[in-house]
Design a protein around this ligand. Structure first.
Ligand SMILES: Cc1cc2nc3c(=O)[nH]c(=O)nc-3n(C[C@H](O)[C@H](O)[C@H](O)COP(=O)(O)O)c2cc1C
Length: 202
C-alpha cells in the first residue's frame, strides 16, 4: 500500500500518523494565562530535542475553528510553561484535562488536580508528577494557518523537579517506579512491558 499525503484529508493523515508513530510520550503541559488562570492539557506530539541547551518540544494544533489552544496562547503571552510527565496511575486525570474548557476555567480546579508552585516560572506544576520540567519559550514554529494548523513549541528547561520516590539505587529515574504512559492511536494507551538491554556496537 502506498499513500500520497496530498490525496488524503487532514483527518485521515492524522489517523495514519497517530497509528504509526508509536508509542508516544505525553507532555502534560501547565501554563498560566495573563489573567492568572492555571491551565493544564496533554500533548503527545512531544519529545526531547537536545541537551545543550536542554530543550523540549510539543506541538499544539489549532482547534477546528482555527483558534490556538489555551496552552499555545498562554505560552505565546507569557513565554513560560511546565512539561509534567505523568505516571500510569494519573491517566484518568491526564485524560480529563484534555477537555475543551473555556480559558477562564482551570483544569486544575475543575478536575481537582493538585498543583504546586514552580521555582523559575509562574505556571504551577502538577504536584504528583514524577518529573516536571520548568521551561521558558525558545521559539514557536507555525507550519500552517487556520483549522488544525500545526505548531512546534520549543522550550528551554530552566528547572527540574524530581520525586525522590522514583529514583533507583543508581540515582537515576527508575522506569518501573516512574511507570510512564504511552499514547497509541485513537483513545488507546500503553503501559511498559518487558525491558531489554543491548550493548551498543562500537
Ligand atoms: C493523550 C492526549 C494527547 C494529546 N496530544 C495533543 C497534541 O499533541 N496536540 C494537540 O494539539 N492536541 C493534543 N491533544 C488534545 C488537547 O489536549 C486538547 O485539545 C486540549 O483541550 C487542549 O487544551 P487547552 O486548550 O487548555 O490548551 C491530546 C489529548 C490527549 C488526551
Amino acid at each position: 500500500m502506498q499513500l500520497d499525503p496530498e490525496q488524503l484529508n487532514t483527518r485521515d493523515m492524522y489517523t495514519w500518523m497517530v497509528n504509526s508513530v508509536l508509542p508516544r510520550p505525553i507532555a502534560w503541559v501547565s501554563t498560566r494565562s495573563r489573567a492568572g488562570i492555571n491551565n493544564l492539557a496533554p500533548f503527545s506530539f512531544f519529545n526531547a530535542v537536545c541537551a545543550r541547551p536542554p530543550t523540549l518540544m510539543f506541538c499544539p494544533s489549532n482547534d477546528r475553528h482555527g483558534r490556538p489552544k489555551d496552552t499555545h496562547r498562554n505560552v505565546e503571552e507569557t513565554r513560560e510553561f511546565v512539561v509534567n510527565l505523568a505516571s500510569w496511575s494519573q491517566l484518568p486525570e491526564l485524560n480529563a484535562s484534555a477537555a475543551s474548557l473555556p480559558p477562564e476555567v482551570s483544569e486544575f480546579e475543575r478536575f481537582g488536580i493538585a498543583s504546586a508552585p514552580s521555582t523559575r516560572v509562574q505556571a504551577p506544576r502538577v504536584a504528583a508528577a514524577p518529573i516536571s520540567f520548568e521551561c521558558v519559550l525558545d521559539r514557536i514554529i507555525a507550519f500552517s494557518e487556520g483549522p488544525a494548523a500545526g505548531h512546534a513549541v520549543f522550550g528551554r528547561i530552566v528547572w527540574v523537579h524530581v520525586d525522590d520516590a522514583i529514583l533507583g539505587a543508581d540515582g537515576w529515574p527508575d522506569v518501573s517506579r516512574m511507570d510512564p504512559i504511552g499514547r497509541l492511536g485513537g483513545n488507546n494507551y500503553v503501559r511498559l512491558g518487558p525491558i531489554t538491554a543491548l550493548d551498543r556496537p562500537l
